[in-house]
Design a protein around this ligand. Structure first.
Ligand SMILES: Cc1ncc(COP(=O)(O)O)c(C=O)c1O
Length: 316
């Protein structure tokens, strides 16, 4: 079956998405198999390419991000690396920020330079500096907002405009915001990425990743993934789907708790600084307010004197 076709499969009138573990699919004859293989008829051919349970997961995230298409991966890092490797070629240039998730940063500092891809990492939150680097030209502008773990915010709309100005593909890691709080595609991004392992799944029992965007771009990424093989497992897809039933409830509760914890920590003697986009003291609170519907469930803080004081600074 070709990418992006039939999304729903009802088995024995089951109301819940069935876990289809079959790797192969049988057809009446070669003609029918061929029609499915070339996308003339809906169905599946081989589990590395497409799977009904996996597609149900992709469709759910696609709908939440308001995207035309989505394709999934075995992990969030697979979603990120497959997206980058689909589009980048030796001699290309990518602009990003210093505070992306550690794994993403490794790709920028270790793997892309080894492939003769130039990487410009700007100070996160310094919009002028990012714009300056974009103006020099780039194939991809890659953002993560809020960042893990520093919860720094970048203005997606402003940066997407700058990126489009030089014909760059604008990619946003939306893992920390979740689609409940932020939809980068609506703010001008071309592709939105999630580590589904985090908030989407929500139970720390399944790894997964997903990329959403227009059909043309996502189809290219899907093609890279189907050949490179970082396929999401149907069992993981099922767990992620089940977790997502409570996504809104969890995120709303978590961000309510995060705000309370952030305010509480602000008044603690041993705490040097609290980083939470919902706090008015956050350096980019205004941007967060503009582009997010809620401030997310993650916060971070710095201790006076550093890590060694961690126990003594929390007397009750
Ligand atoms: C913002 C962000 N993006 C991507 C990843 C990578 O996701 P995974 O662990 O599913 O590969 C993580 C993991 O912590 C993350 O926090």
């Amino acid at each position: 079956m070709q990418f992006g076709q039939v999304r729903r499969s009802k088995v024995h009138r089951a109301t819940q998405v069935p876990v289809v573990v079959s790797v192969a699919y049988s057809y009446e004859d070669m003609d029918e198999w061929y029609d499915v293989a070339i996308g003339k008829k809906s169905g599946h051919i081989y589990g590395r390419n497409t799977n009904p349970t996996v597609q149900a997961f992709e469709d759910k995230v696609r709908a939440l991000e308001g995207a035309e298409a989505a394709t999934s991966f075995s992990t969030g890092m697979a979603a990120i690396s497959n997206t980058l490797y689909t589009f980048l070629r030796p001699g290309d240039r990518i602009v990003s920020i210093k505070d992306t998730y550690g794994g993403t940063n490794k790709i920028f500092t270790e793997f892309l330079p080894a492939m003769n891809i130039q990487v410009a990492l700007c100070t996160t939150g310094d919009h002028e500096a990012i714009e300056e680097e974009i103006k020099k030209g780039c194939k991809i502008l890659y953002l993560e907002t809020p960042t893990n773990p520093t919860v720094k915010i970048t203005d997606i709309e402003r940066m997407a405009k700058a990126g489009k100005g030089v014909g760059a593909l604008v990619v946003v890691d939306n893992t920390f915001a979740t689609p409940i709080n932020q939809n980068p595609l609506m703010l001008g991004a071309d592709l939105v990425i999630h580590s589904a392992t985090k908030f989407l799944g929500g139970h720390a029992d399944a790894l997964g990743g997903v990329v959403c965007g227009n059909k043309e771009l996502v189809e290219k990424i899907y093609h890279y993934r189907e050949i490179n093989g970082a396929t999401l497992d149907p069992w993981a897809a099922y767990l992620l789907l089940r977790g997502m039933k409570t996504l809104k409830l969890r995120v709303e509760h978590q961000q309510q708790s995060a705000m309370e914890i952030a305010k509480h920590l602000q008044n603690k003697a041993g705490v040097e600084a609290v980083y939470y986009p919902g706090l008015e003291t956050h350096v980019n609170h205004d941007i967060a307010k503009k582009q997010m519907r809620g401030f997310g469930g993650m916060l971070s803080f710095a201790l006076k004197g550093g890590w060694k004081l961690s126990l003594s600074c929390f007397p009750n």
